[in-house]
Design a protein around this ligand. Sequence first.
Ligand SMILES: [Zn+2]
Length: 364
Amino acid sequence: MTLAIDWIWLLLALPVAFGLGWFFSRLDVWHWKMESRHQPRAYFKGLNYLLSGQQDAAIDSFIEAVQNDPDTSELHFTLGNLFRRRGEYDRAVRVHEHLLARADLSQADRQRAQFALAQDYAKAGLLDRAEAAIKGTNLVLAELQSKEAQQLLLSIYERGRDWAGAALMAEHLEASGAGNYTKRRAHYLCEQQLFEVAIALSPTSPRAYMELARKHADAGDFAASNDLLALAARHAPQALPLLASQLLASAKTDEQQQAAIQTLAAAYQDTHSLGVLEALIGVGWMDARTAYVAHLTKEPSLIAASHLIESPQLVEVQAALQKATEPLKRYRCAACGFEAKQYFWQCPGCQAWDSYPFKRVEEL
Ligand SMILES: [Zn+2]
């Protein structure tokens, strides 16, 4: 009996549920139609312009839209960031400046727009304006964004070669837990020729030893130069392929030379670094031919092979191999892939610090 009643209820409930579903779906469509009727025409006009490639006309329409409707500010942030990413900085600046000119913009959005404007200027290379824009934001920004702002300010100082400003900002970032900036701060000190301070700050960074040693060698003080490079070899052994020939050149006494050769020979046994081997061959530590044959049994190196066939009968083969090995002798940024003959402490491609391995492309 109860079973039969349940069935009747179910049969009655089905059309009711169907009817309700239809009613709500109509309500949805009606609601959507009402909403789109309220969307400003300028917004659609802007979209049309954008789709037909008329970007300036599109921006004008979007600016009109944002003046009529405060809710479209999000669209402008998106548009501004899009322009900045495409390298169209003047357009990005226009979008963000118009946002800032609005009286009804919320405080949070104003900060965001100010920060976006600073990024536009920084990317466009207008560092003074970027700095001015970002200093306007620092006060009220939320914790995360203010860290972002400090990072942007840091890169602005770096690009403007304001090393004292960069160091101050790096200290701020470090204090707020944004990571370790010690090695970077040591580079800032090197840029200011404050090598001793840099060594005290970051004893495992090779740059300050090397640059100060070069300065002493240029002034004829090879003893000081050799001491520094010996320290570098001890504290930053990873950089030996880069500083091997400098270390040997600074060793003027027999004792210094023996010590240098001993250090480098041990490093070569460990790492098979061609940079170290080339420096050792340069001072006659080993016959070049024997050394490169031995090296080839350890590493399949085209650079070693090209050294090996240096003979008068094979001049053309040697020249061809030489040409083929040129790209293998470059240093390559691990962050962006930028390659260069010269070693860089800061990548000219992506501005990253210490992003070049000490070994050359063939040995990576
Ligand atoms: Zn790079």
